[in-house]
Design a protein around this ligand. Structure first.
Ligand code: ATP
Ligand code: MG
Length: 422
């Protein structure tokens, strides 16, 4: 049996192992400490732990003093009536003591391996987990050997310690899997919630122009309108229809980018050329408001999808024009920064209060701005950001109330040497 000194030592090892478990040390290291502790207390012995995998095979757990080729040879061992000491111990569900592996029939297939590894005796005990056997604890001696009562008591203790370590690891893994499942469920719930909010906002947004269309159509059908009144009603219907069309286009684009289903035809693009074309489309509106729209900056070649880049610039510049006062200037300036091409859209408009910045990229949120006659749906900025990201870039916004808004689109810059590459 165990002496007082033995018991003290076992307790010391047990305390150290508990510390390792509590600090989250990986299972392999804890098992290795247990094996080394037993080897220290049992001179001339070498030990190993094998763990059962899901398919019922024995896998390497720990065996710091055994040759690597031996550990590799028995990794994946299938339990059976003649599967060495470990495989047989699992098969029988009880300890197997092979006092002399050179004659023990259960070691017949492993004799050469044992000889090459310098193993003469092997005694293996099943490690029992909470509900089932989870592995084996083996003790080897270089020559024929029969365990003493002290050995039996020691191995009993260390096998128990190994079972605690395995159970602890299993519980931690179960907990982590549960946490992961919880997080995934919460993310799905959040996504579902924001989808419902999106659908509610979309329906709300479509309702106003649809009501205009039905209202004016009804008037046309039931009232005796003058030619001018009929013309006006038709104009309202036309405006409402194109508003619906643009919302539907934007929503579809947004959905496609978010689903990763929007094809981006990224190529070498002259940014100033795209800016010039976009500004030409916006100038008539800007002129009506007496707003000057000015391109500026350095020549810039970027990697982008020219059609999507134009969509981004149009969204940003039309915001700047829509929200800025007459007589002000909107600058669209190119620049570079450390391998990136920058496109700045800078206005002298009212700016956006800091407390509203978080809502800027929320679909359909106009931050209280009136949609008005030619007002938008509140999709432009979020779409511009998603499109920029889809081209491998970013979109950032800074705004100071009373001074204006500054948006920076950052894209991959294409230098001359990149262009020359096939
Ligand atoms: N340059 C700007 N200056 C001041 N406020 C702005 C500016 N750009 C956007 N905003 C504010 O942010 C809101 C959201 O902008 P966003 O472009 O997403 O939608 P929108 O312009 O209202 O509609 P849409 O772009 O769909 O036609 C705007 O309604 C406005 O309140
Ligand atoms: Mg807009």
């Amino acid at each position: 049996m165990l002496s007082g000194t033995d018991i003290g030592e076992v307790l010391d090892h047990q305390t150290a192992m508990m510390g390792e478990l509590a600090s989250g040390t990986p299972l392999a290291s804890v098992l290795e400490s247990i094996v080394l502790a037993l080897e220290e207390m049992m001179p001339d012995s070498r030990s190993s732990v094998l763990l059962l995998d899901d398919s019922g095979r024995l896998r390497h757990g720990a065996g710091p003093s055994l040759p690597r080729f031996y550990l590799e040879a028995i990794d994946g061992l299938e339990p059976g009536p003649r599967a060495g000491s470990c495989g047989t111990a699992i098969h029988l569900g009880e300890p197997v003591i092979a006092v002399d592996v050179t004659v023990d029939p259960r070691w017949e297939s492993f004799r050469q391996l044992a000889a090459d590894s310098g193993l003469g005796a092997c005694w293996s005990s099943p490690i029992r987990g909470r509900d089932e056997v989870v592995g084996t604890f083996a003790v080897y001696h270089p020559w024929p050997y029969e365990p003493t009562p002290r050995d039996t008591a020691l191995v009993g203790h260390f096998t128990h310690l190994a079972s605690l370590a395995v159970e602890h690891d299993r519980a931690a893994k179960e907990r982590a899997a549960r946490d992961e499942a919880d997080a995934a469920r919460q993310a799905a719930e959040r996504a579902n919630q924001s989808k419902s909010q999106f659908v509610t906002a979309l329906s709300h947004e479509l309702r106003t122009p649809l009501q205009a269309i039905t209202g004016f159509t009804e008037n046309l059908q039931t009232l005796d309108l003058t030619a001018d009144q009929r013309q006006l009603a038709l104009e309202h219907i036309g405006l409402a229809s194109s508003h619906i069309l643009s919302i539907v286009d934007d929503v579809l684009d947004l959905a496609r980018v978010e689903a990763g289903a929007m094809p981006f035809d990224v190529e070498v693009v002259d940014a100033r050329d795209v800016i010039a074309r976009s500004l030409a489309m916006i100038r008539p509106v800007a002129d009506r408001k007496d707003i000057r729209v000015e391109p500026a900056g350095v020549p810039l070649v970027v990697l982008a999808d020219s059609r999507r880049l134009r969509q981004v610039i149009l969204n940003l510049v039309s915001n700047a024009v829509r929200f800025s006062p007459g007589g002000s200037v909107v600058r669209v300036e190119t620049g570079t920064d450390n391998g990136h091409g920058l496109i700045h859209v800078i206005d002298q408009g009212p700016g956006i209060p800091a407390n509203l910045l978080a809502r800027l990229f929320v679909p359909f949120d106009r931050l209280g701005a009136d949609a008005g006659r030619e007002g938008g749906a509140g999709l432009g900025l979020v779409l511009a950001r998603r499109l920029s990201e889809g081209m491998g870039g970013t979109l950032e916004l800074e705004s100071v109330v009373g001074q204006g808004t500054h948006i920076t689109v950052r894209l991959r810059q294409c230098r001359v040497e990149d262009e020359a590459r096939p």
